[in-house]
Design a protein around this ligand. Structure first.
Ligand code: AMP
Length: 404
């Protein structure tokens, strides 16, 4: 019996398969460029003795075709990891936006699907892809329990003073315009790992998720009290291609003086900004290479990127009124020593001192990079959103209906 975790995006499907009672995945994969001619499927098997990686270049017409490819790979005789689709008892779906009505991991019913659809205006880039994934999974795995795990749920403990915008009340009451926060599955997972590592359930933590998207959360005793993304995943930190926080007047100026349309502004701030705009690439591996070559644009980009993170650390240390650890995670946070070094530089006020040798070591896994005289721990915790979703599925199907 197995749990299949699905992260169905607008043009891709990521998946991982877990035995029902184990944290060790049997396989994982990525189906990319759905709907385009140059589709690609990567399928990796971890099952002991059968390890292999398969890459298929094939057009994937739509989400249904993508999920059929995935089901086919799981049962293909030469590489089968399960006997039949019926061996999958639970499908866990990552859903980016749960709004104010879907605040905890839940069984997927028609009513839940309607609520996810009602949130399309707030998450036009994400929720439609999730619904497609859910509807196809219901067809392909009809005997499985379908469960939704929300990226917004962990942030539902943020108090009103932190989640409300200073605009007329009707926009909150009628349109739900407020801070929701995202990457919650990751922030919750790494916060839990950090509390275990520190052996301190009441720890005051700042979790820093730096991937393609970037966000931070202030976590006290396992509860999120503030987070850097807002109504959408555009606010807060500088990201790969997203601007993060920007004076709203910039948009008004571009609209009124330069004739930009809403669609052009959406594209500009989501796809053409961030590190791509500042340094000419949205991949930190390239930008850190340019930085080492003293490329002025890359150096400024790193300064802007890390300065924004430092400002949020300052703000959240105050919001928490104390700080036990900052926790780096995701592609950049786990792998880029330069980002961590620049973030931790000149942070005497918070007693943050990084150990350079530990920071540049190739070690993997959860680790503490703080120097002996650091008052604050500097942790790296590899995130694992798929495992977090599988655990949520296990918790829910075991009968515990509270949110973790
Ligand atoms: P994620 O969204 O967590 O998958 O992170 C993806 C991003 O992590 C990539 O776009 C890169 O910018 C960054 N990344 C991945 N590996 C490295 C690395 N070894 N060094 C620096 N950045 C990395």
């Amino acid at each position: 019996m197995y749990i299949l975790v699905i992260n169905s995006g607008s043009s891709s499907i990521k998946y991982q398969l877990f035995p029902k009672d184990s944290d060790q995945p049997l396989c994982s994969g990525l189906i990319e460029r759905i709907g385009q001619d140059n589709g690609q499927v990567t399928h990796e098997i971890f099952k002991a003795g059968a390890e292999q990686r398969i890459k298929l270049d094939q057009p994937v017409k739509d989400h249904e075709a993508g999920m059929q490819t995935l089901a086919g790979l799981l049962t293909r005789p030469d590489i089968a990891v399960i006997g039949s689709p019926d061996d999958i008892v639970t499908v866990g779906h990552r859903v980016v936006h749960g709004g104010e009505t879907l605040t905890a991991t839940t069984l997927i019913t028609d009513e839940v699907k309607s609520k996810i659809k009602a949130l399309y205006p707030l998450a036009p880039l994400h929720n439609p892809g999730h619904i497609k994934g859910i509807e196809v999974a219901e067809k392909l795995f009809p005997s499985a329990t379908q469960i939704a795990v929300f990226d917004t749920a962990f942030h539902q403990t943020v108090p009103e003073k932190a989640f409300r915008y200073a605009i007329p009340d009707k926009f909150y009451q009628e349109d739900g315009i407020r801070v929701y926060g995202f990457h919650g599955i990751s922030h919750q997972y790494v916060a839990n790992e950090a509390m275990t590592w520190l052996d301190k359930p009441e720890a005051k933590l700042i979790t820093i998720h730096l991937g393609n998207g970037c966000s931070m959360a202030a976590v006290n005793t396992g509860r999120c009290i503030d987070t850097s993304m807002g109504l959408t995943p555009l606010d807060g930190l500088v990201m790969g291609t997203r601007s993060g926080t920007i004076d709203p007047s910039v948009l008004l100026y571009l609209q009124q003086q330069k004739g930009y349309s809403a669609a052009q502004l959406t594209e500009l701030l989501n796809k053409q900004s961030g590190m791509l705009a500042l340094a000419g690439s949205n991949d930190m591996r390239d930008i850190s290479k340019f930085y080492q070559e003293n490329d002025p644009a890359a150096m400024l980009a790193y300064e802007i990127y890390t300065y924004r993170i430092k400002k949020f650390i300052g703000a959240y240390a105050v919001a928490l009124n104390g700080l036990d650890a900052i926790v780096f995670t995701a592609g950049v946070g786990e792998n880029d020593p330069l980002t961590r070094e620049l973030v931790c530089r000149d942070m005497d006020i918070l007693g943050i001192y990084i150990d350079s040798a530990k920071n540049s070591s190739k070690e993997r896994g959860t680790r503490d990079l703080s120097a002996d005289d650091s008052r604050t721990h500097i942790l790296v915790v590899p995130t694992n959103e798929e495992l977090a979703i599988a655990r949520e599925c296990r918790r829910l199907t075991a009968g515990d209906h509270r949110s973790a």
